[in-house]
Design a protein around this ligand. Sequence first.
Ligand code: ADP
Ligand code: MG
Length: 337
Amino acid sequence: MIEIRGVGHRFGRTRALDDVTLDIGEGEFCALLGPSGCGKTTLLRILAGFEKPETGTVTLDGRDLLAVPPHRRPVNLMFQSFALFPHLSVERNVAYGLERERLPRREVRERVEEVLATVGLTEHARRRPHQLSGGQRQRVALARAIVKRPRLLLLDEPLSALDKQVRAGMQLELKRLQHEVGITFLVVTHDQEEAMSLADRIAVMNAGRVEQTDAPVELYERPRTAFVAGFVGANNLFPERDGDGITAVRPERIRIGDGDGDGAGAGAGGRLTGTVVDVSFHGGTTHIAVRVPDLAEPVLVAVQGPSRVATGERVSLSWPPEAAVPIPVSPTEGEKP
Ligand SMILES: Nc1ncnc2c1ncn2[C@@H]1O[C@H](COP(=O)(O)OP(=O)(O)O)[C@@H](O)[C@H]1O
Ligand SMILES: [Mg+2]
């Protein structure tokens, strides 16, 4: 449905987007994942028409989208702050965009009712935004975005203003909603877990570039660049013994034993010895950081449940051969300043 080809954009001397290419299929739930400042919002603003890219093309159903003025695009952008009108009721907030299009009052009323039922706010239709919880305000913003029936809905960090518990519930709700209304969603997030739980496909961005676009499982199991391996799944990155490649090993694949253990089971996998520098308990798992001589970063190990390992202890680390994922050094990395 959407084809983004070679899109580049600068603000003064800042290169916000660099040769971005991405396809989004009809009805897909797609995520842009990357750290703050990597260009996610800029790409959404280009799709919505608030920014014109210096280079590249964007088409929708094969037609040039960049030539269409923002208000004529079948695209809606839901902002990071929900930007609700504080003096208007929930239903008036939702109706606003349709009223501006001068749709018949009856159609406006029917569509607002329908969409409020979809997001579960029928009972709160007469309230003002300040009489709602954060999660409910989020739903008003969503209702307002989908009531106009865009082909593509862009969501910029839609859940970042919510606290953790509400966020988990809203993630499920967003997925259900997308399924129900059948609108193509492109959601921006810097949260790896959120992207993985929401999206069919994730484009991982770094410094203005899309480094890899894949389904969550593919990204997790077959990262193609060192950045993706580090950002998705918090992989440990080890320089290859021969050649200039990199090997990624996920924290939960590393076994931890005492310092003079025999490393049985390591086989042709990896084996290291180091000193525990940090132990943190997260309920379901414990994260253990181990400083290993000659490695710049501590090795991260994740074990199920609590661990008896203590800071300062000498430990051996081992992993089976199949846990080591080779990362080709991407040719573009050398060109970056
Ligand atoms: N209007 C602007 N003027 C100048 N620089 C901008 C502007 N918008 C974004 N930038 C810069 O472009 C880069 C990408 O920004 P942005 O797209 O907002 O990133 P993200 O949404 O991934 O955090 C950043 O370095 C940011 O500071
Ligand atoms: Mg942003």
